[in-house]
Design a protein. Structure first.
Length: 503
């Protein structure tokens, strides 16, 4: 790719500072997100002629597709890592691999409404009345610092919501005097809350005194030639600084699904390349979202004349597939979608038989495997004649039924850009549905935080009340009717839910 004057001029304004860069194609779609310690040096490497002489086909394809770029300056490397992960999850760029799953950076939470508050780790921030710290780019440093904080402020690390005398007998934190043991009345709840609030201020950045103390102890150990202890103190000091270093809160960036420059031309060009009898008025694109075998869903997006037709988008929750099997998920989705169209056409009361409202082209997100699964289902219901292709992400290869070799188009081809827009939109729609189901599950899984509940008691309580919302309005007597929640357990569950307001 020849470096344009626009890119050359923009490069001259990029600072030598840490940050994140976003590579965009000619339609404004974000195709790659990266982080850098030095933005000017890192971004300029993409346009250096020597980098193009390598055999990395994916890198060369990325550079060929770059039409513009944006940069966002941050204060330090941890911030760039956090922002990079956030933007990759937001845009799902096709040239990124890391951070595209649903895993998030760790957060630290404390709910002061609990009977005896306890710091816990989580990956999802909820509107539950708790106070959250983070996210933290270095999970190991966070866990090390949390252990240090519990010792410094004498906080509990045990799991029970309301520890009792019986719990204290076997409590390592209490016996080692790490905890002031409010569970047995050593301190009042108000006194313990003051300890928790001091720890919260410490985690918010008020840690200079402890940093100096660790640094002094490290130097003293080194002077005494106790290098092992000095190294341990050095690591603890670094973990503390990593954890308490302030990071900026990043808002969602205002990028949207771009429109084509000339969608009508792209549709015509696509028809010529694929040898279709006419430009496809309607393209239906399918994608599967199936993370670790849970919440297997599929999406179908519709494009008319090369433009999104959102009123005809559809989504599917898998009914017959268990585990992580994208081929089977694709087969079920195709079967359900087009069997339904055939059924609707046959049920129309008319003297003349009605033809099903079939698309001019079906686009499958994937390679040979997904395409073959879809073709097999179309054949079973007698729709072999519907044009169908697969678009594989890695090299943007187009797979066609009966063709041994995939078709590769120039990355500046309008036809390929149209297919990419359909594929990316189906991917976004599938992930949105998957995330919605996961969030619903999470809202109902607040019970998982209730100490010692177990799957059997959780199933029993949800079967009785149907949802967390109805459980919140239940009386103590109604909760106590559920097997396993008699007496004390019912009161603790009620207190647990009352301390976590509904979001």
């Amino acid at each position: 790719m020849a470096v344009t004057e626009h890119i050359r001029a923009k490069m001259s304004t990029v600072p030598h500072k840490p940050g994140v860069y976003l590579m965009k194609d000619r339609f404004g779609t974000v195709i790659y997100v990266g982080k850098a310690r030095d933005l000017r040096r890192r971004v300029s490497q993409y346009f250096h002629p020597s980098r193009r002489q390598g055999w990395d086909l994916k890198f060369n394809a990325l550079v060929d597709a770059i039409h513009d770029f944006d940069v966002h300056v941050v204060r330090n490397e941890p911030e760039s890592l956090l922002l990079e992960g956030k933007l990759i999850k937001q845009f799902q760029p096709r040239y990124n691999v890391s951070f595209r799953d649903d895993k998030r950076f760790l957060l630290l939470k404390i709910n002061l409404n609990d009977p005896i508050p306890r710091f816990t780790l989580t990956r999802l921030k909820q509107d539950d009345g708790a106070r959250y710290f983070g996210p933290f780019a270095h999970s190991g440093a966070l866990r090390s610092t949390l252990t240090m904080v519990r010792r410094k402020f004498n906080l509990r690390g045990c799991r029970p919501l309301t520890p009792t005398d019986a719990d204290y007998k076997h409590c390592l934190y209490g016996n080692l005097k790490y905890c002031t043991a409010p569970c047995i009345g050593n301190v009042t709840r108000d006194q313990y809350i003051l300890q928790v609030q001091a720890a919260a201020e410490f985690l918010s950045g008020q840690s200079a005194e402890m940093e100096k103390q660790l640094e002094d102890e490290m130097k003293k150990a080194a002077t005494a030639l106790d290098f092992e202890k000095a190294a341990q103190l050095r690591d603890a000091l670094e973990d503390l600084r990593r954890t308490t270093r302030k990071t900026e809160k990043f808002e969602r960036l205002p990028y949207t699904l771009p429109l084509a420059i000339d969608p009508d031309r792209d549709v015509k060009e696509l028809a010529e390349i694929l040898g279709l009898p006419e430009p496809p008025e309607r393209i239906e694109g399918f994608d599967i979202s199936n993370i670790s075998g849970t919440f297997a869903v599929a999406s179908m997006v519709s494009f008319r004349f090369g433009r999104p037709d959102r009123s005809n988008y559809r989504r599917f929750k898998m009914k017959t597939v268990t585990g992580q099997d994208d081929f089977a998920c694709m087969a079920e989705t195709i079967r359900r979608r087009y069997s339904r169209l055939l059924k609707e056409a046959s049920e129309v009361e008319s003297e003349e038989p009605t033809a099903p409202n079939l698309p001019g082209l079906i686009l499958i997100d994937g390679g040979k495997g997904q395409l073959n699964s879809a073709c097999a289902e179309l054949a079973k219901i007698g729709l072999n004649n519907v044009p169908i292709i697969g678009l594989a992400k890695e090299f943007e290869e187009i797979y066609r039924p009966g063709e041994g070799e995939p078709l590769r188009l120039d990355h500046n081809t309008g036809a390929l850009k149209l297919l990419q827009r359909v594929r990316d939109e189906s991917h976004r729609f599938a992930n949105t549905y998957n995330a919605k189901l996961r969030l619903k599950k999470i809202s109902e899984s607040i019970l998982d935080e209730f100490p010692g509940i177990g799957q059997r008691r959780k199933a029993a309580i949800l079967k009785k009340f149907g949802s967390i919302q109805r459980l919140r309005t239940a009386t103590l007597e109604q909760i106590a009717e559920v097997p396993g929640f008699g007496g004390k357990a019912a009161a603790e569950l009620k207190a647990f839910l009352d301390a976590r307001p509904a979001s």
